[in-house]
Write a protein of this length. Sequence first.
Length: 460
Amino acid sequence: MAATLTAPSVETYHIAFPDIPGWDNHNHAGFADEGLGTSDGSLRGFFTQWSWAYIEARMPQADFRTYRGAISLGGDKDAAKVIHQKYPIEQWIDESAEMLQYTTMGVAIRAGCEALYGEYDNTERLNELMQAARKQPPNYLWDKGCGVGNLKKICTISFGINRAHYDPKVYKWEPYLDPLFYPFPVKDFPRRGAMAQDFLHGFHLVLPSYMKRFGIGDVPTDFADYCVAVDRIVDGMVAEGAVSFKVISLYVRGLDFLPVEEAEAARVFAAMSKGDMNERKKFEDYVVRRTFLHLANTSRSPVNFHVSTTHTEPGTTLRMMDLTGLEETVFQDKALSNQPFIITHAGAIYPGVRQVAALLFHYGNVYADCSEWSYYEYNGGVNAVVTMTEATPGHKLLWGTDGTVPEIFTGSAITSRRMLADALQRRVDTGSLPEKLRIPLAERILYKNAEKLFGMSIDD
């Protein structure tokens, strides 16, 4: 019998600050419409993408990298099958999924599924409902999650938004800048896991589509032409409605973008075009800083930096996450003092929350959001909100979910609101926030700070 979609008969979730609308600064609605983010559209498919660290630690690194490459887009499916049969990968996925039930992520995905489907523990029934929902238009579950969480605006991070489905009043585009920073294939992956090559491979696949979309053609191999193309793409994205940009390069390198002379960058670019990638960091540093300067002198669209160790396998290290490099090379640049930057996740599962708070306090153009906390580290997130709001001015913290699929988005909307409520109540209880300021501060974090930063009303 086919599953039918019905609303939960009993409300299985609690929404904190239910009358205050929310603006999600960090979301991935539309990014995985083809199923990339949910595997087969089942609960197990969701947990599979979070099992890679568990699997990576149980097989030789060479086989793991071969397997990850083989199951990626354009990979060797026969090679994947051989390795899949060699190791108990399905068993490892089940074991990892079971262990994840004890985490904040497990609690958040449960909350999201119960809110969307009224089901979680009956896995067979839940999978039927999940797959039935995915036969609806791709925005169906995201819109439903917005209703659960009282969300009126979403900055959705993707390479493009299908406007045939996603309402432009709600879903605001936040494109990735990273493909512009890596014009040639990179095959040097010194760290564990396969995360770095996955992201670099993705950047390289997307860059030609950027070039085509904005009328450039093939990726230029001349340095000056490439710089012109980067400006044209960034300006084109703004013209098409981009309200902000995302940089996720922390997955593949540190955030220390050093000053590099144009002539030196041109020399390195020429070597890269011939396959010599030894000095590629110099070109990356140059094009990143050049892009930020271009934005500072044009749209001043905010740039979001991914700052978090949270992903599916080893790759990003704590040393890479140290924000002193970003501070000294970007935030201290006088030419960028009026360019807004946002530290997304504000260091989720990272001991540097006070470091982030110090940056917010000292730099007028630096902001942060609380996305990811709500499905990685609930009590740590409560502590972080307390620290951020005690130490920094009221306009500096934005709200967000980092919803990668509708179920975790909805669950994160629930838990993130509750996390914010717990943090502000703790401040009231300990005397660090007057009761009369609790609701005004919640309003600022949930949407008013975003309104001011992005220059639009949540109702527009």
